[in-house]
Design a protein around this ligand. Sequence first.
Ligand SMILES: CC[C@H](C(=O)O)C(=O)SCCNC(=O)CCNC(=O)[C@H](O)C(C)(C)COP(=O)(O)OP(=O)(O)OC[C@H]1O[C@@H](n2cnc3c(N)ncnc32)[C@H](O)[C@@H]1OP(=O)(O)O
Length: 312
Amino acid sequence: MQSPALLHRFLPIRQVTPVSFLHNHAKRIEKLNEKFKEKNSKELWLKEHGPGGSVKHSTPYSSKQIEQITLDFAKKKNALTGSMMYDFSSIVKKVVRDTTHRVVVVRGANGSFCSGGDLNFVEKIASEEGAFVMNSVMMNAVNKLARSDKVSIAVLEGFTMGGGTELASACDIRVAKKNAKVGFVQGRMGVCPGWGGGRYLVETLGRARAIEYLTTAAEVTAEELHRIGYVNFVYDSEEELESYLNRFNALRTDPFIASKRMVANYSRESSLSEEEKEMKEQLIFMSVWGQNDHKDNIHHIRQSIKAKKEKK
Ligand SMILES: CC[C@H](C(=O)O)C(=O)SCCNC(=O)CCNC(=O)[C@H](O)C(C)(C)COP(=O)(O)OP(=O)(O)OC[C@H]1O[C@@H](n2cnc3c(N)ncnc32)[C@H](O)[C@@H]1OP(=O)(O)O
């Protein structure tokens, strides 16, 4: 059975992945899945192998519609340990089930977003098993977040490095403080994206820029990221940030969720066929059209047009 290292070496030469390689890989994964078949065993493995730091869940904003996930290992610029991956995965499960908040902010403690994988931890788990467990847990968590009905917003400040960029890319929206520096530096560590966020980088930046940033281990400023559309908004003060976040209070719940679902339906991560996507679009649209909210709003808009005319 070929090892993943061998597989990696042969692929560029062959161009087309021979099916037998993927079958061999599937067999290895089957074995690893068998080893970690107990519920939460992968998460617990990460926690055991990587102590330090924590991930917290709170509602620190004046708007009660907004919740926050905070990566907190401040003395290490919020490098992510196994224990933090465990926390992150548990909190994401809670966040996607909850229906009382509509926006989830992902942020780092103490003026930095995330400096990537904790070097002590990644050194300890630098094995095939380690790659499998970390990738499975994190990919599952970021996909859950991306597919949820909530709008996720990564607040980038200070440093966002390596794996930190994957968390940022998996969020629906990124905003950045003027001082933010985002480093797509996994290659410098001899690896490539592995927290499941690589696909979102391609979706957000496009193929050409994703390849450029990853293969040059680019470190990019907030200004440039704003210019190219990776970042939606650049802020200077907490007040500016909060006022941006409050924009997401403008709609009632049903059209808010329908709008998020409509966009997510056409993102690349959707596994539906084109025909199924169209059916889903129809379903989402029909779930709001003609509902009380819709009828009330038609009435209110007509009234306000009439009132404006009468004023003239
Ligand atoms: C699939 C994921 C992938 C992987 O894990 O394999 C990756 O994420 S690869 C990317 C890994 N991350 C990095 O390469 C970033 C390494 N850190 C830095 O380049 C700098 O520390 C930086 C730019 C984040 C901050 O620089 P600054 O000069 O402002 O501060 P310090 O360097 O003094 O850092 C303060 C303190 O934090 C520790 N630190 C920083 N990053 C990490 C980290 N990723 N893991 C563990 N510890 C980290 C640094 O050692 C300092 O600790 P101290 O005890 O004070 O020496």
